[in-house]
Design a protein around this ligand. Structure first.
Ligand SMILES: CC(C)(COP(=O)(O)OP(=O)(O)OC[C@H]1O[C@@H](n2cnc3c(N)ncnc32)[C@H](O)[C@@H]1OP(=O)(O)O)[C@@H](O)C(=O)NCCC(=O)NCCS
Length: 213
């Protein structure tokens, strides 16, 4: 990993990044996956942030990528604050748990802070993110409509003190609300691959259906 290069995605990387994401996410959260399609549509979306679209390259091969969109926090008085959401974030299975995911996150956080962004809100498995400074949304009083604090909703302040504890509602960019049938059509452009079950799908179900009290 010493030779790992983190750089911005180039137009010529797109197909390789989408194929890499398909391999990184296949059967992890559901039979098959749709993150390669998300990446494909995200680049054209108004909320996409190309400056934070980074790839991890090793010996000329793209082994990982992270992509960001602009989302919003709204307080009870109608004030709005732009925040960041990242996803997909993926590393090729054979290169996972060697620090590449963390390197992509750390580099993107530094660039985001320079761009003036102060906080990141994501949905993910806490085990992947707490060591990079993410905390439960409840700790920052950031919730979903209906005062809901999902277990998998995690918040990181890029600028300490950026979130002052007032209740704020997280409004995720609509780019993440992808058309599943369009994703299935898109997947037909790739090498056919069998869909299967993995225990990580059950872990995902549990995390994505639980709330912090
Ligand atoms: C999640 C993912 C991006 C992490 O990248 P990575 O390069 O494998 O992880 P890193 O080596 O940088 O480790 C980052 C942290 O996550 C933890 N971690 C990574 N994979 C993990 C796993 N499968 N289970 C639990 N913890 C994990 C590591 O322990 C590390 O924490 P630490 O610093 O306390 O040791 C990568 O494993 C991946 O692409 N997974 C499949 C797709 C996916 O789940 N993407 C995230 C969607 S929210």
């Amino acid at each position: 990993m010493e030779k790992l290069i983190i750089r911005n995605e180039k137009a010529s990387d797109k197909a390789e990044v989408e194929a890499m994401l398909r391999n990184a996410f296949w059967d992890v959260y559901m039979p098959g996956c749709s993150e390669h399609y998300l990446a494909h549509v995200m680049r054209e979306h108004k909320d996409f942030i190309p400056e934070l679209d980074l790839v991890a390259e090793l010996d000329g091969k793209i082994i990982g990528s992270i992509m960001y969109a602009r989302s919003v926090l709204k307080d009870g008085s109608g004030n709005e604050k732009d925040v960041l959401t990242f996803g997909p974030l993926g590393i090729l299975p054979e290169f996972q748990r060697k620090g590449a995911g963390k390197a992509l996150m750390e580099r993107s956080f530094a660039a985001a802070l320079e761009m003036g962004y102060e906080a990141v809100v994501i949905f993910g498995n806490p085990g992947n993110y707490v060591s990079s400074g993410f905390k439960s949304c409840k700790k920052y009083n950031v919730c979903l409509e209906g005062d809901v604090f999902p277990t998998a909703m995690l918040v990181k302040e890029l600028k300490p003190g950026a979130l002052d504890g007032r209740k704020q509602f997280y409004c995720e960019s609509p780019v993440y609300n992808i058309d599943i049938s369009a994703a299935e059509e898109f997947d037909k452009l790739f090498e056919p691959r069998e869909k299967g079950y993995r225990p990580s799908q059950e872990k995902f179900f549990i995390y994505s259906h639980s709330l912090v009290q």
